[in-house]
Design a protein. Sequence first.
Length: 237
Amino acid sequence: MTLYCGIDLHANNSVISVIDDHDNVVYEKRHPNDLPLIRDVLEPFRDELLACVVESTYNWYWLVDGLMDGGFDVRLAHTGAIPQYAGIKHGNDQTDARHLAHLLRLGILPQGYIQPREQRAVRDLLRRRLLLVRQKTLYHLSLQSLIVRHTGERLSANQIKALDTDAIADKLADPIRLGGQLTHLARCWHERAIAMLEDEVLKHLKPNRDYQLLCSIPLIDPPQGPNRALRNSSGSK
């Protein structure tokens, strides 16, 4: 008999559901997020388990790695591609876990990529960079709109970048002047933080063919080396 396991992972607990070839529930229970406990729960089913399915929630690393280290076959479910339930009026955590196991049994589970754990820290660092870039852009646009709203002067992106706090003081009157200066300082801080983050990524980056192809795309600038966090430091005066 082949068994199939679905795990509905939450912040502090997980619902484990194990089903057989006929979708009969062999085991189903909620447990705290304790790796040794979860592995002990699955141990009696190890020989019959095809795999364990874990949904790719924000906190899947520890569980997927821990189960794989314990010798279990683990599949990461692609959350955005999972088909909706059919014929279920009321869903809950138990049906969620059961559905993951059901998709595995049918061979139609949309799977996500389990990136090697030694690469994930760099990926997460780049995700922080993306967040900072978005926030820096918001401050840039906010300052641009603030100036045009109060002065009628439409500054280009390069003109906004060239401003310092003294130039902003010349353009804006009290009391909005302080708002403009603080927005400018926030934008400058994000720019320096992005450069610091990029320098750290470069320390751990291992160039390969994919990396070289990415850098060959027009308008994508290759890394510029360490110590770029000091660039534009004059903009914060």
